[in-house]
Every structure is written in C-alpha cells, then in structure tokens.
Design a protein around this ligand. Structure first.
Ligand SMILES: [Zn+2]
Length: 193
C-alpha cells in the first residue's frame, strides 16, 4: 500500500471529468487502499482519485461526523444532491477551505450546509447518507474533484483573483507538478502524528 504523489493544480487530470468505475475488483481495492494511506500521510480529510493521477470517480474521506455516515470511508460513482448555497460573502475565519492539490493555500468559500450523497463501497454495495456542516463541505469538495473542479474555481471575484495570483507565484498551473506526503514538508503545517 504505497503512498502516492499528490498531483498539483495545472495537471489536466485535475481539470477534466473523471470516468465511472465499471469493475469492482482487486485492482480497485488496491487503489482505494493507496488512497487511504496517501490521504493519511498528507493529513487530509478527503482525497479524490484524480489527485493521485487516476481519472476515476472515487473519493476517500476521514471525518468524525454526527451524520449517519462512517468516520472513514470511500464512495465510488457518487451522486450528489446539494442544498442551497448562501449568496453572502464567505467568512475567512470560519469558511476557509484548502486542498491537497493546491498545497499550503486556503481561501474562503460558501458551500451548502446540507447535501445528500449516494454511491457504492469498494465491494459494489450501495451506500449513502446525508451530511451537514463541515462534513457536507468535505463531500462537496471531493465530489467536485470528480467533475474536474477545484475549490479555487468556485471562489468569488475577490478571492479568486488572490488565488490565481498565489498559484501563479508558486509556479503551478502547468502539468506534472506533484508533492510527496510523508517525504516533502507538510504544506499545511500539520505536525507529525
Ligand atoms: Zn481538493
């Protein structure tokens, strides 16, 4: 179960829709196992397959929640129903989001407070739940990855401009950039656990 390099914004795999999983086999299990160890090594709360360069509709998550969902899991070929998103300005203290594929940066974004998600586990059994609050945000963020969308693509004009500038100044926005969880310095400054 190797830790995989995490792809950084600018690589096409992050910016195009991922393909549906059609075979629930050992290869899929191995991939999902790699996603869990990579997510943990990166101290992430979620990881989508395109973030390790695999264009398939899968994400993993680890997030203690009060919803009727496991604290850790994966969801394959998800369908997402999203509640209403407030049109107010996002609060930088309470609503700043980050992404392992935009390492070290974070910007505020309004998200729906409620979602419903349905899909399949790694064995092909149907699963699903409703999610609220920050857990709903995690579901929306990871689901977006499967449609080739990053949270920075959803920012308002003010924050979107800052994000573009920051991404440019990091030298990203071109294919082939990656970082290695557990090897490179933790971009979000999490201590070694
Ligand atoms: Zn992300």
């Amino acid at each position: 179960m190797p830790i995989r390099p995490v792809v950084i914004t600018g690589d096409p795999v992050l910016h195009r829709p991922a393909a549906k999983v059609t075979e629930f086999n050992q290869e899929l299990k191995n991939l999902v196992a790699d996603m869990h160890v990579t997510m943990d090594a990166a101290h992430g709360v979620g990881l989508a397959a395109p973030q390790i360069g695999v264009g398939l509709r899968i994400f993993t998550f680890v997030f203690a929640n009060d919803d009727d969902a496991p604290d850790r899991g994966e969801i394959i070929n998800p369908v997402l129903t999203v509640g209403k998103v407030s049109e107010q300005n996002p609060d930088p203290d309470e609503e700043s989001e980050g992404c392992l594929s935009v390492p070290g940066l974070s910007f505020p974004l309004k998200r729906a407070e409620w979602v419903k998600i349905a899909g399949f586990d790694v064995d092909g059994n149907p699963i699903g739940w409703e999610a609220n609050g920050w857990f709903a945000r995690v579901m929306q963020h990871e689901y977006d990855h499967l449609d080739g969308k990053l949270y920075v693509d959803r920012l308002n004009t003010k924050w979107g401009r800052k994000a573009k500038k920051a991404i440019r100044s990091e030298g990203w926005g071109t294919p082939g950039n990656t970082w290695e969880p557990g090897v490179d310095e933790d971009p979000f400054g999490h201590g070694e656990g």
